[in-house]
Design a protein around this ligand. Structure first.
Ligand code: FES
Length: 118
């Protein structure tokens, strides 16, 4: 596993993101509540640039006729057809079988680094 520096921490403040290229891969790096996450910038539905979509929350499990909003700024919504993915895991919100690749992120010496395998 090799680490690739992608940004200084001050360039991705809390609540923001940045799209970077690492070894030919387009990756979205997100600062969610002070923790960094990275996911593939490619929607598995029809190939949209997923990380160009809005960051939002979602409705939580609740009783019938109750709508409770939560997980604010932890979800990215695809700009083409609205599929939603958890920024922390890459998993879609609607199926355990659909996900985007997520990458480990390490922060040290003021640098955000993404871990890529071979
Ligand atoms: S391409 Fe992303 S939801 Fe269709």
């Amino acid at each position: 596993m090799e680490l690739y520096p992608v940004a200084a921490v001050e360039n991705i403040p809390e609540g923001t993101s940045k799209i970077v290229e690492v070894k030919g891969r387009s990756i979205g790096v997100y600062n969610v509540g002070g923790t960094y996450y990275a996911i593939q910038n490619y929607c598995p539905h029809q190939g949209a640039e997923l990380c160009a979509g809005p960051v939002c929350g979602t409705t939580l499990e609740s009783q019938v006729y109750e709508f409770t909003y939560g997980r604010d700024r932890e979800i990215v919504r695809c700009p083409w057809h609205g599929w939603e993915f958890d920024l922390k895991t890459g998993k879609s919100l609607f199926s355990d079988r659909v996900r985007v690749r997520s990458y480990a992120v390490e922060v040290s010496n003021g640098q955000v680094r993404i871990a890529l395998g071979t």
